[in-house]
Design a protein around this ligand. Structure first.
Ligand SMILES: [Zn+2]
Ligand SMILES: [Zn+2]
Length: 174
């Protein structure tokens, strides 16, 4: 909620209080209108807040999929899933992201998050690569290429938030 909208609601609420005060003092009989106006004000306030929170929040409440990050070259990262111990790779079009990324594991499909600065471990990456899946952010145009290492790619792979801009439900399969 922007400061401007909050002030607007504050002013509207203030006028409404003045109005109902006059109504009571001078007995205008408009109490029903005042109550309806209060409810409308509260309803719109909640509605606007809900609509904005849809495009803002970054989900971080789920168990972490990622266990290691190993930079090979040019924005290619490898991760290990804590649920299935499988490896997968993410290739990004943009530079360092500072956002949490919520996604399904490309190996087993369990949901987890990758933190902005994941811890690193050394491990062996399997030779066999799966087919690749491409995603693009509708807001900032960040592009991701994802594949599973040593296994098939999980069919219903889903990226819940953009690694670059952090907006949710903007990563679409291309
Ligand atoms: Zn997994
Ligand atoms: Zn984005």
């Amino acid at each position: 909620m922007s400061l401007f909208k909050n002030i607007l609601f504050l002013i509207l609420g203030f006028f409404l209080i003045i109005f109902s005060f006059y109504d009571i003092v001078y007995d205008l009989g408009l109490i029903v209108i005042s109550i309806v106006a209060y409810f409308l004000l509260i309803f719109f306030y909640i509605y606007l807040n809900l609509r904005e929170s849809k495009t803002k929040t970054v989900p971080v409440d789920i168990d972490i999929v990622e266990e290691f990050e190993k930079t090979l070259k040019g924005g290619l990262y490898h991760f290990k899933c804590q649920t299935c111990d499988g490896f997968f790779a993410i290739k990004k079009s943009k530079g360092d992201n500072k956002q949490y990324v919520k996604m399904t594991c490309p190996d087993c499909g369990s949901i987890g998050v990758i933190p902005p600065n994941p811890s690193t471990i050394e491990d062996f990456i399997p030779e066999k690569k799966s087919i690749k899946a491409n995603f693009k952010c509708e807001i900032c145009n960040e592009r991701l290429t994802i594949w599973a290492e040593g296994t098939e790619l999980y069919k219903k792979l889903h990226i819940f938030s953009c690694p670059y801009c952090g907006k949710i439900e903007t990563m679409k399969k291309v």
